[in-house]
Design a binder for this molecule. Structure first.
Ligand SMILES: [Zn+2]
Length: 283
């Protein structure tokens, strides 16, 4: 049995990846007797650096939570478990839908990105071994965590957020909210994404004051509104530029990039804009 965490506020360590790791955040939640990682970064070097940071805190890794199955959040799990004698026993906790999509996409993502990332691509992913359902709680080191299943509609087809249920409550929102970077909208669920932002705000507004996004700095719930405005601007621009057609021309994509850059000046990952839906569906 671990000591009760009553009154002890978990400390959050943020690992922000460099551009090669798509600026993805992974987090380490430090409690009295151990650590929980939230997401695991993309590349060999980012995940090893995250692992070094975990080791330097000198407390056991008790669990890894995954927010959604995109490689920049899940590929590094394999390296977080390296050299740990108890690695096979560490719970890798995720929704069923997140686990399924990881399994389905491991190979196509390797085919697509392996040649680009070369030695930095993590060829063998490690899948969740502890599946949780919507609103289920799980406790490590006396701290309770709750997962919320949001389904499709974030930058991925399977999205969850993790809430630390001890006071003050905080939430890890994965890629439902981006800060300081453009968003990846290629998975084409813009309407569901907007609905999910409403849902997340309702879930969190009463008692969560701080959210930790998958990309960018932690902040207040206002980040949810900023993300909404961004998506609406994006959606309006695509509708106008597509002009009733199902795809954007190359010129329209350039124009889209320039408009969205104006909407969010100084944001990173501009290349993501042109990865917006090539098969635009009118919702
Ligand atoms: Zn991401």
């Amino acid at each position: 049995m671990t000591t009760s965490q009553e009154g002890i506020v978990p400390k959050i360590h943020t690992h922000t990846s460099a551009e090669g790791g798509i600026f993805a955040n992974a987090y380490i939640i430090e409690t009295q007797n151990g650590l929980v990682a939230v997401d695991a970064t993309l590349t060999v070097s980012e995940s090893k650096s995250l692992k070094n940071r975990i080791d330097s805190i000198n407390k056991p890794l008790l669990a890894i939570f995954l927010t959604h199955p995109h490689p920049d959040h899940v590929a590094g799990v394999t390296n977080l478990l390296l050299g740990s004698s108890s690695s096979n026993n560490i719970p890798i906790v995720a929704l069923d839908s997140v686990e399924k999509l990881m399994r389905i996409t491991e190979e196509p993502k390797r085919t697509q990105w392996g040649p680009v990332y070369k030695d930095e691509w993590i060829g063998k992913w490690t899948f969740p071994n502890k599946l949780v359902k919507d609103r289920e709680t799980i406790t490590f080191d006396g701290v309770m965590y709750r997962v919320h299943d949001l389904g499709p509609g974030g930058d991925s087809d399977a999205n969850s957020i993790w809430v630390v249920e001890s006071e003050p409550k905080i939430a890890f929102t994965g890629d439902l909210v981006f800060e300081g970077t453009h968003s990846y909208i290629a998975d084409n669920h813009l309407t569901e994404w907007l609905n999910n932002l409403e849902k997340v705000r309702e879930l969190l507004v009463r008692d969560v004051s701080k959210i930790y996004p998958g990309h960018g700095k932690a902040g207040s719930l206002n980040m949810i509104d900023s993300q909404k405005k961004y998506l609406i601007a994006f959606s309006d621009a695509i509708k106008e530029l597509a002009n009733g057609k199902p795809t954007l021309t190359e010129d329209a994509k350039k124009e889209l990039t320039s408009r969205i850059e104006k909407f969010l000046p100084n944001a990173q990952l501009t290349f993501l804009i042109a990865h917006s839906p090539t098969q635009w569906q009118q919702n």
